[in-house]
Design a protein around this ligand. Structure first.
Ligand code: NAP
Length: 514
């Protein structure tokens, strides 16, 4: 069995100690293994800080942007190979795999473009100069400069390519080296992607390190100039945030965690209308794409009481038609969840939701196409109905092909109050062509979310749906969603940079800004 090696200190290193098997989640066949004992994490971080940091900081934004484009091109060059790996290791259909890998390429390219636009500068002005004295010569000016540490990126299993790229693109453009720790269960794609970037010698030495396997004592060695960006479960986030070294050294932390994303349908939306069709399509896509393992997937579907049965019936019909099986087959639309542990989580989660609601479709056993009986981590798309005052549906994210329909009165204030029970989310969507209703609900939902998707007939044809994260818009959300913020175009750079207020004479400050 191939053991994946880590890339640290400028070389590939094989770990030892406890071994984690990487399997194909459709067939359970072994694909590789990871072990990370014996890897000197302190030295890995120091190498990145000492070699990667200065080399990146010596480059302008435009030059760093050019590196990002070269990486995007290199990934595009092995796109088919990465898609095949994602199908084998992630339970991804070809479409799911493209979503991850093309998303990585697009995000790198978007940040390459931002680098080009920022040009030959090495620091950013944050706002305009501010008069601060009696003479116009004395001004204040905020600037952003790269931090001199390493960006530790701990990623979730569901987007091994995009997850690596969306965090790393922003860090590299800011001038900060990256140590990426992918999730063990789906590490093959991140590992191959790193191999390609290393083989092509695109980045300066030390700008990219990869730690496969357990983080172990990694966080014991983070330091004041480092940042930690984490995507994963809320429970792990709590332990990372409260890690004594992270607290003691005031390490900047960004968390992207669980989210109980809601979709609200307005009372104006007629069954069969364009907006209705958009809403149904988005819910079905979110439930089945990547077997529902998308942090932005719609989990709570709020519909006016009068149409709740109709919505549930239409969703059930579409979901029952989804062909489940080995995602390597062209006729399969939904593969398995990523690991046995996820399968158990999803089953337990469904049981928890079912205790307070009715299951309308989905139940084991599934008979997946092209898979030996009893094999694979398959779950049928599962739709439930629950009352708004059920608890689990607002508290517990079931990270699989699972959503719950909740009836409400059709009033915006009630919908907003029910959505807010989720405790903060990445994205909420409103489907309506009634602009005053949309405006009212937007203002009510906004404090609880990082992004709002406003679905209407006017955008139905062009819409990627609420589940797609765009590099130009921020990704993250308050409370339950982790309290973080990533991407958002140039905004995302600030996390990796130090904002400094300068006070001095205007000509000197203008000179510093270049
Ligand atoms: P997880 O168990 O928290 O793992 C996430 C990452 O943290 C993995 O790389 C994991 O490594 C690592 N990890 C686990 N324990 C750690 C520790 N004590 N110290 C350092 N690293 C540690 O989450 P998951 O089950 O992979 O991901 C699913 C969850 O992620 C879902 O709840 C989903 O909502 C959330 N998610 C959020 C977003 C977002 O953008 N907001 C995106 C995707 C997923 P190992 O794999 O080696 O254990």
């Amino acid at each position: 069995m191939t053991r994946l090696r880590s890339y640290v200190g400028g070389r590939w290193v094989e770990g030892d100690g406890s071994v984690h098997q990487i399997v194909n989640p459709a067939t359970e066949a072994g694909l590789a293994e990871v072990a990370s004992g014996g890897i000197d994490r302190a030295a890995a971080l120091q190498y990145a800080r000492r070699r990667g940091g200065p080399a990146l900081r010596a480059l302008s934004f435009a030059a760093r942007g050019a590196l990002l484009q070269a990486i995007a091109d290199a990934i595009a060059g092995v796109r088919e190979e990465l898609i095949a790996l994602a199908v084998a290791n992630g339970g991804n259909t070809r479409g799911d795999a493209k979503f991850d890998i093309d998303g990585a390429i697009a995000t790198l390219s978007a940040y390459a473009e931002i680098g080009r636009a920022l040009g030959e500068r090495t620091l950013l002005a944050d706002g305009d100069s501010i008069p601060i004295g009696r003479t116009p010569r004395l001004v204040g000016q905020h600037i952003l400069v790269p931090r001199q540490g390493v960006a530790v990126h701990i990623n979730a299993f569901n987007f091994p390519a995009w997850g690596l790229a969306e965090k790393a693109a922003v860090a590299w453009l800011a001038g900060v080296p990256v140590l990426c720790k992918p999730a063990s269960s789906t590490a093959l794609v991140a590992h191959r992607l790193t191999e390609v970037v290393v083989e092509k010698q695109i980045l300066p030495e030390g700008a990219l390190s990869l730690l496969v396997g357990e983080a172990a004592d990694l966080l014991d060695h983070v330091d004041v100039q480092d940042v930690l960006a984490f995507t994963g479960s809320g429970a792990t986030a709590v332990s990372l945030r409260s890690h004594p070294r992270v607290v003691e050294r005031s390490v900047r932390v960004n968390v992207e965690a669980d989210s109980l994303n809601a979709a609200v349908v307005g009372a104006d939306v007629e069954p069969g209308s364009e907006t209705w069709a958009l809403f149904v399509k988005d819910v079905v896509r979110d439930m089945t794409q990547k077997a529902g393992q998308k942090c932005t997937a719609i989990r709570r579907v709020l519909v006016p009481e009068a149409v709740a049965d109709r919505v549930a019936d239409e969703l059930v019909e579409s979901l029952r038609a989804v062909r489940i099986g080995d995602p390597a087959r062209d006729d399969v639309r939904m593969g398995p969840v990523a690991s046995r542990a996820q399968l158990e989580h999803v089953r337990q989660g469904i049981a928890r939701l079912e205790a307070e609601g009715d299951r309308r479709t989905g139940a084991d056993p599934v008979a997946p196409l092209g898979v030996e009986e009893g094999r694979g981590f398959f779950v049928a798309p599962t739709l439930l109905r629950a009352a708004a005052n059920a608890r689990a549906v607002h508290e517990h994210e079931v990270f699989g092909p699972v959503a719950t329909v909740i009836a409400y009165s059709g009033q915006g204030d009630e919908a907003a109050e029910v959505v807010a029970r989720g405790g903060g989310g990445l994205v909420a969507s409103v489907y309506s062509d009634d602009t005053p209703f949309v405006r009212d609900l937007t203002l009510r939902l906004a404090p609880h979310h990082g992004r709002l998707f406003l679905g209407s007939a006017k955008i139905a044809e062009a819409s990627p749906g609420p589940g797609t994260v765009l590099p130009t818009l921020i990704h993250g959300g308050p409370g339950h969603a982790g309290g973080g913020e990533e991407l958002g175009g140039v905004r995302g750079l600030a996390f990796y940079m130090q904002r400094v207020a300068l006070e001095g004479s205007r000509p000197v400050i203008e000179k510093i800004l270049g």
